[in-house]
Write a protein that binds this ligand. Structure first.
Ligand code: KG4
Ligand code: ZN
Length: 343
C-alpha cells in the first residue's frame, strides 16, 4: 500500500510517500518561517494562503523523488487536527480533492499521533509499550503508549507548552522566530548557574508541569538588568532558561519512568530537536537502564512523513470494509482542538 501524507496544521507544508513494503520513499517540506518572522510569530491567515501555494507542488515533488505517479497512490492521510483551522482546511481540501479524483480513501490523522510515530521512522524503532514525552509548540505531555492507538495521558503542562516558552523567551531576548533553535544556540555561549531561574512544579507529586512563570522570570531579569543588551548577560539568561526547562522535563520524565516502570522512552515534537534536552534525557534514561528513542532530527518538527506513517498504521489496522466506507465518504471536517487521549 502506498500512502500520500499531507501536513498543513501550522507553518509548515509537508508531503510524503510511504509504502508498507519499502518504508518512507520520499518527503518534501516547505517552511513558512521566513514569512512569519517579520511578525514575530505565525499569522494564521498568511499561513493558510501559503499552504494553498505549496501543497500541490510538494505532492508532485515527492512523486518525482519516489519515481511514482499519482495513479500509484492507494490512500491519502492528512492532518485533521489539532492546529490552525484555516491551515488545516487547506490541507484537507487538497487531500480530499486528490482522494476523490483518484478514487482512494482519505484518512484524517491526529497531528500528535504523527509526532509520536515519527520515532518509529528511526532505526532502531521503539517497541510498544513505551513512555512518551511530547514537547512541541502547542503541547507538552507525558503519555503511556500501550500499543498503537492507545494513548494514556499521565501529565501535561497546565499553561504554556515548552516550545511556546522557548518562543516567548526568544522574543524577550530579541531573537528571531521560532525561538527554540535561537535560544538554544545562545545558551551554548552562557555559563551554567550564572543565572538561576525557578523550576515551577518540579517537586509537585504528579506529572504535570508549568512553564508560563519562566517567561515572567525572564522578563523580570531583562527589565532589571543594568544592560539587557550585554552579550554575556543574554547568553547567561538563555542558559538559565534552557537549564530550567530541561531540569523540569527531566525530573518529570524520571518520575514517569519510576511510576510506570516503562524502560522504553520516546521523546518527540519540535523541542525534541533541542541538543541540551537530548543530551540530558539520554544520560538520565540510560542511567536507569532505559532506552531512549527520538525521531530522526529532520522529522522532529512538523513534516509530512510522520502523517504518512501514522496514516499507514491506521489504514493497516482497518478492515477492507472500513477502508471502502472511508472511500465512499463525501464530506470532511477539521478538528482544530482534538485530544489524543480521546482517539
Ligand atoms: O512540533 P512542532 O514543529 O510544531 C508544533 O506542533 O507545535 O514544534 C515547534 C516548536 C516551536 O516552539 C519551536 O521553537 C520548537 O518547537 N523548537 C525547538 C527547537 N527546534 C524547534 N525548541 C528548542 N530547541 C530546538 N532546537
Ligand atoms: Zn507539531
Amino acid at each position: 500500500m502506498l500512502v500520500l501524507g499531507i501536513e498543513s496544521s501550522c507553518d509548515e507544508t509537508g508531503a510524503a510517500l510511504i509504502s508498507d513494503k519499502d518504508g518512507l520513499l520520499a518527503d518534501a517540506l516547505y517552511s513558512q518561517i521566513d514569512m512569519h518572522r517579520a511578525y514575530g510569530g505565525v499569522v494564521p491567515e498568511l499561513a493558510s494562503r501559503d499552504h494553498i501555494r505549496r501543497a500541490v507542488a510538494l505532492i508532485d515533488e515527492v512523486l518525482i523523488k519516489a519515481g511514482r505517479t499519482r495513479e500509484d497512490i492507494d490512500a491519502v492521510a492528512v492532518t485533521e487536527g489539532p492546529g490552525l483551522a484555516g491551515a488545516l482546511l487547506v490541507g484537507n481540501s487538497v487531500a480530499h480533492a486528490v482522494g476523490w479524483a483518484l478514487g482512494v480513501p482519505v484518512l484524517g490523522v491526529h497531528h500528535l499521533e504523527g509526532h509520536l510515530l515519527a520515532a518509529r521512522l528511526s532505526d532502531p524503532a521503539p517497541e510498544f509499550p513505551f513512555l512518551a514525552l511530547l514537547v512541541s509548540g502547542g503541547h507538552t505531555q507525558i503519555m503511556r503508549v500501550e500499543k498503537f492507538g492507545s494513548y494514556e495521558l499521565l501529565g501535561e503542562t497546565l499553561d504554556d507548552a515548552a516550545g511556546e516558552a522557548f518562543d516567548k523567551t526568544a522574543q524577550l531576548l530579541g531573537l528571531p522566530y521560532p525561538g527554540g533553535p535561537a535560544v538554544s544556540a545562545l545558551a551554548e555561549k552562557g555559563t551554567p548557574g550564572a543565572v538561576e531561574l525557578a523550576r515551577p512544579m518540579i517537586h509537585s507529586p504528579n506529572l504535570d508541569m508549568s512553564f508560563s512563570g519562566l517567561k515572567t522570570s525572564v522578563l523580570t531579569a531583562v527589565q532589571s538588568a543594568p544592560d539587557p543588551n550585554d552579550e554575556a548577560f543574554r547568553a547567561n539568561l538563555a542558559r538559565g532558561f534552557v537549564d530550567a526547562v530541561v531540569d523540569v522535563l527531566a525530573a518529570k520524565l524520571i518520575r514517569a519512568m519510576k511510576e510506570t516502570k516503562l524502560k522504553n522512552v520516546v521523546v518527540a515534537g519540535g523541542v525534541s530537536a533541542n541538543r541540551q534536552l537530548r543530551t540530558r534525557l539520554t544520560t538520565e534514561v540510560r542511567r536507569r537502564r532505559g532506552t531512549i528513542f527520538y525521531p530522526p532530527m529532520r522529522l522532529c518538527t512538523d513534516n509530512g512523513a510522520m502523517i504518512a506513517a501514522a496514516g499507514l498504521a491506521r489504514l493497516e489496522a482497518m478492515t477492507p470494509e472500513e477502508r471502502e466506507a472511508l472511500k465512499a465518504k463525501r464530506s470532511f471536517g477539521v478538528s482544530p482542538r482534538w485530544s489524543l487521549a480521546g482517539l
